[in-house]
Design a binder for this molecule. Sequence first.
Ligand SMILES: C[S@@+](CC[C@H](N)C(=O)[O-])C[C@H]1O[C@@H](n2cnc3c(N)ncnc32)[C@H](O)[C@@H]1O
Length: 278
Amino acid sequence: MRYTAGAVELPVGVFVLLRDLIRDRIGVSFDDDKRDLLASKLADRLGDLGLKSFLDYFYLLRYGTGAEAEWPRLTDALSVQETYFWREFDQVRALVEVLVPQHVAAGRGPVRVWSAACATGEEPLSIAMALAEAGWFRRAEIEVVASDVSPAALEKARSGVYRERSFRALPPALREKYFEPVSGGWRVDPDLHARVRFVAANLLEPADTAPLACSPFVFCRNVFIYFSTATVARVVQHFAERMPRPGYLFPGVSESLLRATTAFQLEEVGSAFVYVNR
Ligand SMILES: C[S@@+](CC[C@H](N)C(=O)[O-])C[C@H]1O[C@@H](n2cnc3c(N)ncnc32)[C@H](O)[C@@H]1O
């Protein structure tokens, strides 16, 4: 293994400086055996900036006047935006068929759903589609907010145009109903798109997340896999302090929070598992 980006080497000491800086700022964590991966993900940044070493890049991020302009670009370079409509749908079904009816029947106020690492928007649009199919927009006050730390992901989400890969799990009838073919893909129905408010938020920034985490329903799926256990614990603790009780947190199906927190109780709702703030 050469630990290089192009001809530039990423020495172990600089790798540790960079990965700690990145972990503290956006949570994404690189284990010792991921030095090569980090070097390759940062290669274009060094090239674009005309930098000759990763140490120069570290100094730019840590102390440079251009640091605040560079962080969004670095975030885009590290962001893994793998997602698709109807992904891990049992959790959305539990929301729409069990939890929303309970919430409305108990008179707990507006149904506020936060998709906390929405990538290019397939997750919040799936939630909005399922709520629309069940007729909830006519029967209750619903707010779906979606956020991500990556400006590039949010730009795609706001454009509302999707390619074939996003549709791998969506029932064809829903694709027909909510999408129309356009050049470069399929455009989501503007009325459905308008049901989702897209905002920028870093899960590690309490100032970003505090206004959103007061939602009773939080989907934070397939992002904790990129965080260390300590970072997951910090984010989940923040959620627990701000979410109402009961408040329902949906991590990805492969993301157990049991090691990270005791604040939430794991409960079975329909055919899904949900962490509940009691
Ligand atoms: C694999 S996608 C998950 C998309 C969707 N939730 C799903 O399950 O299909 C992971 C997303 O987490 C975002 N992300 C990574 N670190 C983040 C942070 N600190 N705050 C907010 N979003 C973050 C990435 O930009 C990326 O869009």
